[in-house]
Design a protein around this ligand. Structure first.
Ligand SMILES: Cc1cc2nc3c(=O)[nH]c(=O)nc-3n(C[C@H](O)[C@H](O)[C@H](O)COP(=O)(O)O)c2cc1C
Length: 341
């Protein structure tokens, strides 16, 4: 295998210096009882930082509103014990020479009413509810800054609240938050603006979006590049510094008629730096098969490459990839999702 020169080159990302192009993708782990990250959580992220992950994006962390989630072991980004837990995480990652972004999350209608709290959908949110949730994201950003995070990522992908606004199937509103792609992006964009206002200039704001939903892989928020441009221009205009285009397989074109992937379109439309993701390095064979495509798109389509599942069972994957020693790494297997080290 060729040395992965582009992947190992440093990058200045909206004021944040990164040593290489690998990002640890956000992955929910259910290891934070009461919403508080434990010392084991800090050790888990530290281990990935020690092994060369240029930027870590945390698992989704819940904004401080009861509608955000029913889950009790998903970490929160709220003042008090959760903030303390995160301060330990950022401290350990920094001590290992790493950089870490907090992903902010609201589950929307994926929030189950197991505790009697009725879930929200785009259609049931009043203007006052919308203001409350914008405020909850802004507060979570304040907590993240206090806890020492280097960046913040807003989760607007995969069928959760913000993505439910972006998607015409779930957003049937007739007020200014529904209708055209640009109007469907208005609520996510207001959150982007409110969060950006809480962050120091040198703290990048990343926005993660996707076409697919976890419940529907064929769903699309944008039927064509023009619709995508309406959405992404709204998010960029509101203050997004980086776009994280979530795909299940990075090498797949986003639209017919062009080989560009989703991150490639995002970069072309907005001019912002982008992150690609999706089945990178899942197995050694896949890595070899798609490495030239991965490197080819680096800088023209995307600036960073996120890796998820392979890092669960192989905390040292980035170090091995940068040294061309993936022969020492075993392929991803589903059971890796149950282990935690
Ligand atoms: C166990 C698990 C948990 C995940 N949790 C999140 C999450 O909290 N937020 C998010 O945006 N994506 C989440 N994802 C999606 C990943 O960030 C990533 O996009 C996906 O795994 C594809 O990358 P990969 O093929 O390298 O694993 C999760 C994926 C897995 C496997």
């Amino acid at each position: 295998m060729e040395t992965t020169t582009r992947l190992s080159s440093p990058l200045e990302l909206a004021g944040l210096r990164l040593p290489n192009r690998f990002v640890m993708a956000p992955m929910t782990r259910f290891r934070s009882p009461g919403g508080v990250p434990t010392p084991e959580v800090a050790a888990y992220y530290r281990r990935r930082a020690e092994n060369g992950a240029g930027l870590i994006v945390t698992e989704g962390t819940l904004v401080g509103h009861p509608s955000a989630s029913h889950e009790t072991t998903v970490p929160r980004m709220t003042a008090g014990a959760s903030e303390e837990g995160w301060r330990r995480v950022t401290g350990e990652v920094h001590a290992a020479g790493g950089r870490i972004a907090a992903q902010l999350w609201h589950l929307g209608s994926e929030r189950e009413p197991v505790d009697g709290y009725a879930s929200w959908t785009p259609g049931t949110m009043s203007p006052a509810d919308i203001d409350v949730i914008i405020g909850a994201f802004a507060e979570a950003a304040r907590v993240a800054v206090r806890a020492g995070f280097d960046a913040v990522e807003i989760h607007a992908a995969h069928g959760y609240l913000l993505d439910e606004f972006l998607w015409g199937e779930t957003n049937r509103r007739t007020d200014r938050f529904g209708g055209t792609p640009a109007r469907r992006a208005a609520f996510p964009a207001e959150i982007v603006g409110a969060v950006r206002a809480e962050l120091p200039a040198s703290t990048p704001l990343i926005v993660r979006f996707s076409q697919f939903k976890e419940r529907d892989y064929s769903a699309r928020i944008a039927a064509d590049p023009a619709e995508l441009a309406e959405i992404l221009s709204a998010l960029a205009g509101a203050g997004a510094d980086v776009l994280h285009a979530s795909q299940r397989r990075f090498w797949e074109p986003a639209f017919e008629g062009s080989p560009l992937n989703l991150a490639g379109w995002a970069k072309r439309i907005t001019g912002l730096p982008t992150i690609t993701v999706g089945s990178v390095g899942l197995s050694r064979d896949l890595w070899i098969e798609h490495l030239s495509r991965l490197e080819e798109g680096l800088t023209s389509e995307y600036d960073l490459v996120a890796i998820g599942r392979i890092l669960l069972g192989n905390p040292g994957w980035v170090r091995h990839a940068l040294a061309d020693r993936l022969g020492e790494v075993r392929d991803y297997r589903k059971a890796d999702e149950d282990i935690y080290f």
